[in-house]
Ligand binder design. Structure first.
Ligand code: DQA
Length: 149
């Protein structure tokens, strides 16, 4: 069975394409979902791609991934900088987590420099635009092969 990677996106990312294109680019979330789907096919991974503006819904998805998925790629968006609950849920999932940001958060406002997720993540991608999602899936694929999954 192909390992399943859950790709989660937090608030306002549904607006990609029209939202601050100078910062986030012109690609829509549907474009990024398609990119992840194509990448997963190439790498022989299963992928589930989701976005929500409701923190509780994101928590429920993380809880349900435990024991079912092989890894989580997450762009927590603004919740990166605010949510202990998301960090705790990710730890409880016992899954490897790769944090992704389209923009280089460290080159932006100081309040974006702190992430509650980075300290428990396997890796962090930021500033690669949508390529960050592809790179995260590629890393999971290499890691699963090394682990013989
Ligand atoms: C973001 C960066 C966050 O600071 C911001 O709140 C977002 C998007 C990014 O992908 O660059 O909504 O996670």
């Amino acid at each position: 069975m192909r390992p399943i990677v859950l790709v989660l996106n937090g608030p306002n990312l549904n607006l990609l394409g029209t939202r601050e294109p100078a910062t986030y680019g012109h690609q829509t979330l549907a474009d990024i979902s398609a990119l992840c789907g194509r990448t997963a096919e190439e790498l022989n991974l299963g992928v589930e791609f989701r976005q929500t503006n409701h923190e509780g819904e994101l928590l429920d998805w993380i809880h349900a991934a435990r024991g079912r998925c092989a890894g989580i790629v997450i762009n927590p968006a603004a919740w990166t900088h605010t949510s202990v609950a998301i960090r705790d849920a990710l730890v409880a999932s016992e899954l490897p987590v790769i944090e992704v940001h389209l923009s280089n958060v460290h080159a932006r406002e100081p309040f974006r420099h702190h992430s509650f997720v980075s300290g428990i993540a396997l890796a962090v991608m930021c500033g690669f635009g949508s390529h960050g999602y592809r790179l995260a899936l590629e890393h999971f694929s290499l890691r699963f092969k090394e682990q013989g999954a």
